[in-house]
Ligand binder design. Structure first.
Ligand code: UP5
Ligand code: MG
Length: 203
């Protein structure tokens, strides 16, 4: 039995923005448990579960798997873990995902981390990743970006309005009329910024 509710961080950002990469570093440094919604869904495909074929088709098209299913997979992992702090990576992707999570779990996340990365950089990374993902091709990447912009941005705005959003810029910033250019950092440079966030939160 849990004494207190777990500390939940939603990790958001477009395809290839570096969510998974940074989550591994947060795990090493701060002892979180990393739950990638995409990985949990891909595990359902490879374990030949009853929903496997539907999930495969949905991911191939760059669409969103039904909320109840994803929430169930996440909730199962959280409840079977001894840890009390979690990174939920790549979820919620839509307002409907978010509302389903909050209704079923009965809680909001503590914070939301958002990797704001330029599209050209995301496309370049995804297409050079080469890990055999069925959705890492130019057509599906374009679709994933469209879905991200149309459906995930409202979720990000929602949490921003609640004061829960921590944004890591991976893109040029404009100060006055000067554009600060090469802000796409290495994995370690990005983590320096991420580390500051978690250090300041003392979790
Ligand atoms: N890389 C990372 N950081 C770098 C840096 N600073 N400089 C240079 N290179 C860097 O990184 C991507 C690549 O970039 C890697 O090769 C990395 O080495 C390099 P990664 O950390 O993997 O980025 P990430 O943001 O995790 O990208 P990913 O492709 O996993 O994001 P998606 O959000 O597209 O994928 P996800 O697995 O979350 O979802 C896949 C699909 O599942 C969705 O499209 C959807 O169909 C379905 N889905 C749902 O339906 N519901 C859900 O809730 C979740 C997923
Ligand atoms: Mg990922």
């Amino acid at each position: 039995h849990r004494k207190k509710p777990p500390f939940i961080t939603f990790v958001l950002g477009g395809p290839g923005s570096g969510k998974g990469t940074q989550c591994l570093k947060i795990v090493e440094t701060f002892g979180f448990t990393h739950l990638s919604a995409g990985d949990l869904l891909r595990k359902e495909i490879s374990s030949n579960s009853e929903n496997g074929a539907m999930i495969l088709e949905t991911i191939r098209e760059g669409n969103i798997v039904p909320s109840e299913l994803t929430v169930k997979l996440i909730q199962r992992e959280v409840e079977s873990s001894e840890n009390d702090k979690f990174l939920i990576d790549g979820f919620p992707r839509t307002e409907e995902n978010r509302q389903t999570y909050e209704r079923v779990v009965g809680a909001e996340p503590n914070i939301v981390l958002f990797f704001d990365c330029p599209e050209e950089e995301m496309v370049k990374r995804v297409l050079s990743r080469n890990q055999g993902r069925i959705d890492d091709n130019i057509d599906t990447v374009k679709k994933r970006l469209e879905v991200f912009n149309a459906l995930n941005r409202p979720v990000i705005n929602y949490y921003s309005g609640k004061g829960k959003l921590y944004k890591v810029f991976i893109q040029p910033t404009i100060q006055g009329s000067i554009v600060m250019i090469p802000a796409v950092g290495t994995e370690d440079e990005i983590f320096t910024r991420v580390r500051k966030i978690f250090t300041s939160l003392e979790v």
